[in-house]
Design a protein around this ligand. Sequence first.
Ligand SMILES: *[C@@H]1O[C@H](CO)[C@@H](O)[C@H](O)[C@H]1NC(C)=O
Ligand SMILES: *[C@@H]1O[C@H](CO)[C@@H](O)[C@H](O)[C@H]1NC(C)=O
Ligand SMILES: CC(=O)N[C@H]1CO[C@H](CO)[C@@H](O)[C@@H]1O
Length: 216
Amino acid sequence: MARVTALFVTTLLLCLDSFVFGDPAIAGDFELVGRNATAADFVFTGLRNVPSAGPGLGFTAVPVNFRSMPILRGQGISYTYYKYAPCGQNPPHLHPRAAELLYVIKGNLTVGLVDSSENLYVNDLKAGDVAVFPRGLVHWQQNLSKEETIAILAFTDSNPGVVAVNRALFSSKVNVPDYVLQTAFGLSKGDVGKIKASTPLGAPLGKCINECGGCY
Ligand SMILES: *[C@@H]1O[C@H](CO)[C@@H](O)[C@H](O)[C@H]1NC(C)=O
Ligand SMILES: *[C@@H]1O[C@H](CO)[C@@H](O)[C@H](O)[C@H]1NC(C)=O
Ligand SMILES: CC(=O)N[C@H]1CO[C@H](CO)[C@@H](O)[C@@H]1O
């Protein structure tokens, strides 16, 4: 449990971490910094008992990337395991360094993406379905059901990175100048202030919007 929590925090830190780079070229089969590999380096056991999302959290996410599993560095692959609460949303975001392939293990999930020609693609997934989000495109997932959804997301980089659109633009921590947002969105200064005040700074990345009042 402590480990899972630590990993969850790691993901959140990674989300805020804009100065990390994608998969480096490595010289050998694999690479660990400063030590030789043991068998345990090739295994990650942190997905055995992932807790469900707690109250107020839209989901639990456990990354299996170069940070939680250092031997992945340079291998061009990683996972994030998700448990979405009922109504839980992974808000619109993009991965600068990776395409994503999502597989629904349990429950239902509505997923959407917008391409660079501003076309919208939305799909209702059921357990067993797979959806792709091409690299760098804005996308989101939401569990519109009243039951938990579980999915595994694969990435084409051991360090896909995350840019959450809401936080990048409206977080008071980032503090994009109001005039930029007023012009871009046609908002009054007061409205910009309201949106900044209600935009999460970090965790939770997703939130049950209305306890399923607006869900099926
Ligand atoms: C790794 O193993 C090699 C022998 O295979 C050894 O020469 C080297 O010192 C080891 N490196 C570390 C950091 O333990
Ligand atoms: C998923 O959706 C189907 C109908 O499309 C429904 O029968 C099923 O109960 C749903 N499952 C969950 C976990 O919400
Ligand atoms: C995307 C999807 O399948 N959504 C489902 C969410 O759950 C409700 C109720 O279980 C279904 O009616 C939706 O179809």
